[in-house]
Design a protein around this ligand. Structure first.
Ligand code: CP
Ligand code: NVA
Length: 312
C-alpha cells in the first residue's frame, strides 16, 4: 500500500502549510509522473474530482481534467454560475453534499475563505485552484520548473516584478521551502499583503533564505536566476485595468531588464500574459522564456498532488 508523505494533510490550501521535505516529496513524485506517466495510469481508477470555478481558466481546468483522466479517474467541471452556490446554497452544504459523491474537490474562487470553508466542511481533499489571496498549484509548479531548469533550487534567487497579488504571495511562501531567496519589486500601493509577507519572512528566517522588497524592478532583478511577472489586473480587477496600466509604468519586463539578471536567468509567467503590458513580447517569446514549460508542468505537478492527497 502506498504511504503518502502528505499523510498529515487532508487539503492543499497554501504552500505555507507544507514543510521543505513535503515539497521535495511532491517534486520527486512529479518528476516520476512526468518521466513515466504510464506507471500511474490506474492510480486513481474509479475516483472523481469535482472542479468548482467562480472564475475563468484555461490551464487549471484542462490540466486537472486531463490529469485526472490520465490517472484513471474522471473530473467534473462545475461553473459556480450553474451549480446552486450561485443561487445562495451555503458552502458548507455544498462541501458536505459533494463529499458524498466525489473523491476530491478542486476550487477556484474569489474569496479565500470560500476555499478554506470548503476544506473545513468537506470530508474529501480540497485543492486550492486559485483564490484572490493565493495560487499554490502554480507556485509549486514554478519552483518545480526552476529545479528542472537548474538541476536544483538551493541558493537561487527569484525576482518577482509587478503586482503584489495571489501569485506573488504563493511565490513568497514557496521560496523558503525550496531554499530560494525572493526579491519583490512592486509600485507603491500594490505591495503584497503584509500578513503574508510577515509569515513568509518568518519561514525564510527559519530556512536561512531571504525575502526582500524593492520599489524598482532593476533592484530586484539584478543578478536574479529567475525573473517572474504576472498580469497587472487580476481576475475580478477588470474595472481597474486602465488605471493600473498607468500605475505600473516602468514595471514591464523588457530585454534591457533581463540583461541585468544572471546570464543564465529564465523568464517566468503563470499565464495568461499580456505582451506589451507586464512583459515585452521579446521576453515572453525570447531565449529566456520557460513559460510553456511552466504551463506543461502544471499537469505533472497536479497529478502528483492528486496522488499524494487522494491515493490513500
Ligand atoms: N496560470 C493559470 O492558473 O492559468 P488559468 O487561469 O488559465 O487556469
Ligand atoms: N493573478 C492572476 C493569476 C492568473 C492565473 C489572477 O488572479 O487573475
Amino acid at each position: 500500500m502506498f504511504k503518502s508523505p502528505w499523510q498529515r494533510h487532508k487539503d492543499l490550501i497554501s504552500i505555507h502549510d507544507f514543510t521543505t521535505d513535503e515539497v521535495e516529496a511532491l517534486f520527486q513524485l512529479a518528476a516520476n509522473v512526468k518521466a513515466r506517466p504510464e506507471r500511474y495510469r490506474n492510480a486513481l481508477a474509479g475516483q472523481t474530482l469535482a472542479m468548482i470555478f467562480e472564475k475563468s481558466s484555461t490551464r487549471t481546468r484542462v490540466s486537472f481534467e486531463v490529469g485526472m483522466y490520465q490517472l484513471g479517474g474522471i473530473a467534473t467541471f462545475l461553473s459556480s454560475r450553474d451549480i446552486q452556490i450561485g443561487r445562495g446554497e451555503p458552502i458548507s452544504d455544498t462541501a458536505k453534499v459533494l463529499s458524498r459523491y466525489v473523491s476530491g474537490i478542486m476550487a477556484r474562487t474569489f474569496a479565500h475563505s470560500t476555499v478554506t470553508d470548503l476544506a473545513k466542511y468537506a470530508t474529501v481533499p480540497v485543492i486550492n485552484g486559485l483564490t484572490d489571496l493565493l495560487h499554490p498549484c502554480q507556485g509549486l509548479t514554478d519552483y518545480f520548473t526552476v529545479r528542472e531548469k537548474f538541476g536544483h533550487t538551493k541558493g537561487l534567487t527569484l525576482a518577482y516584478v509587478g503586482d503584489g497579488n495571489n501569485m506573488c504571495h504563493s511565490l513568497m511562501f514557496g521560496g523558503p521551502k525550496v531554499g530560494m531567496n525572493v526579491k519583490v519589486a512592486t509600485p507603491e500601493g500594490f505591495r503584497p499583503n503584509p500578513e503574508i509577507v510577515e509569515k513568509a519572512k518568518a519561514d525564510a528566517k527559519a530556512a536561512g533564505t531571504t525575502i526582500e522588497a524593492f520599489a524598482r524592478p532593476e533592484e530586484a532583478i539584478r543578478g536574479a536566476n529567475a525573473v517572474y511577472t504576472d498580469v497587472w489586473a487580476s481576475m475580478g480587477q477588470e474595472a481597474e485595468a486602465q488605471a493600473r496600466v498607468k500605475a505600473f509604468a516602468g514595471f514591464q519586463v523588457t530585454p534591457a531588464l533581463m540583461e541585468l539578471a544572471d546570464k543564465e536567468a529564465v523568464f517566468m509567467h503563470c499565464l495568461p500574459a499580456h505582451r506589451g503590458e507586464e512583459v515585452a513580447a521579446e521576453v515572453a517569446d525570447g531565449r529566456w522564456s520557460v513559460i510553456f514549460d511552466e504551463a506543461e508542468n502544471r499537469l505533472h505537478v497536479q497529478k502528483a498532488i492528486m496522488l499524494l492527497l487522494m491515493n490513500r
